[in-house]
Design a protein around this ligand. Sequence first.
Ligand code: PLP
Length: 361
Amino acid sequence: VFNFSAGPAAIPLSVLQEVQAEMVCLPGAGASVMELSHRGKIFVDIIQQAEADLRTLLSIPETHEVLFLQGGAALQFSMIPANLLKDSQKTAQYLVTGTWGKKAIGEARKEGEVEATFDGSATNFDRIPAEGDCKISDDAAYLYYCSNETIQGVQFPTPPAAPTSVPLICDASSDFLSRPIDIANHGIVYACAQKNAGPAGLTVVIIRKDLIDRGNENLPGYLLYKNHSAAESMWNTPPTFGVYVLGKIVKWLLNDIGGLDTMAKQNAEKAAMLYEVIDANPDFYKGHAQADCRSKMNVTFNLPSDELLAEFVKEAATHKIENLKGHRSVGGIRASIYNAMPVEGVKTLAKFMTEFAAKNS
Ligand code: PLP
């Protein structure tokens, strides 16, 4: 089927096939990758190669470390303020453009002073702040944003501006590896893996070195970035299978796709196909996000009635189009079109949308 799930989401078929071929016995290991010690040479080579390839793919500068953690993206909602806000006597500024930003600021509030410098809730999170709208203090603990709000389908086309004294923190969970991102410009970029980067259970945290040591030793050990950094992501057992799959996905992006510029171009083309149908049928489809921040990963829209919505989902399934129903807070449809969604799947959905509107208008 064409799997339009918001995550865990589709994984490139060639990667799944490679994983399948090596599942029982990894060549050279005589065992499954899941059975290998994380401290043995074979797995250490895997994790080091995954990091090296990720550094190449994202042009990660030497100023930043890569950590492979667990706890999902949600644990970062707490780890970031625990390390960078707690005891700092400063305020952390948040741009809240959707459900995930709202959850993140809620967790941060437990650690210290926070300010919702932008809060899109009044318009049900359909926009990003207009340029020049937000005043960021030179003395803020950090400026936090979510580059792509998965539920609302609202994406920053470019990162927000922060004073150079203020670390810029990005939850990139649902557009990680879908386009280039200027890591040098960020204090932290983090993402759970289960959209574009592998199976659930792995979180990638790319952190500027000078931020690593800020956490107080009294924090629970797992929450301290410096522990993970000092142990090269082996303070405890890392999610070995997830790191192994991530490594393969990064190689796929480098070698089969040809890098993130090409991936971004493909993703823009796929998204445009769906937005064109929405715009061509303005009395039938209502896009949720404002046009200047429409997500290229999660296309959200509504239909004229709940009956038509139910019928849309039911009929779509007969075209092998699955997992379209939007999140309950937004309603309507959410078509998630991550890297692994083939163009053919998006074409099939676009054609179905056009026909469905014509038939039911
Ligand atoms: N942030 C964003 C943008 C997400 O889309 C998600 C999950 O969908 C999360 C955070 C939470 O991720 P996790 O469930 O891995 O904690």
